[in-house]
Design a protein around this ligand. Sequence first.
Ligand code: 5GP
Length: 188
Amino acid sequence: MNKGLLIVVSAPSGCGKGTMLKEILKDNRYYYSVSDTTREPRPNEIDGIHYNFLSKEKFQSKIDQDGMLEYAEYCENYYGTPKKPVEENLNLGKHVILEIEVQGAMRVKQVRPDAKFIFIAPPSIEELERRLLKRDTETMEVIQERVSKAKIELTYSNQYDYIIVNDELKKAIKDFKSIVRACELEVR
Ligand code: 5GP
């Protein structure tokens, strides 16, 4: 059996990647890598499903035990990809999706150059700000921080293999599936 593809997806927060991935993950050939994080859960988030919510100490001990494929600090919290489930699912032939920010993606590029890198961009920074305000899950200060972060993240988009502009959800999903199909057909 062929190993699955390791697919790294980055997008500034508020790009609509959550909605997009929810649709894509209905296909059970994909496995969504649940990240570890030290940030507090949002009201609708469930431990073990959206993230594994860990203390800083526990997070550090996983790093020390070489349990992370990558990790990064983002807006004063740590986020990381646990290594084991990624490898297990790739070996089962599943396409593993890492939904991670740019620093972590660049780290994966070093250790797993075979991974496919997809950047999801907002139609504009103004639209991104509007979506974050509408979501109403963060304070104004956090929103401003995330918007400035998005501007920086956009400058990394040329390091990725593919860029999808999420101006229309259906089209963005179709683009994503076309990219994955092309990768499946690559001679490996
Ligand atoms: P949020 O707090 O909005 O859930 O996530 C903040 C950022 O952290 C997002 O850009 C998200 O993609 C990223 N992120 C989530 N999990 C990981 C991870 O395991 N590693 C890295 N490097 N970034 C992650």
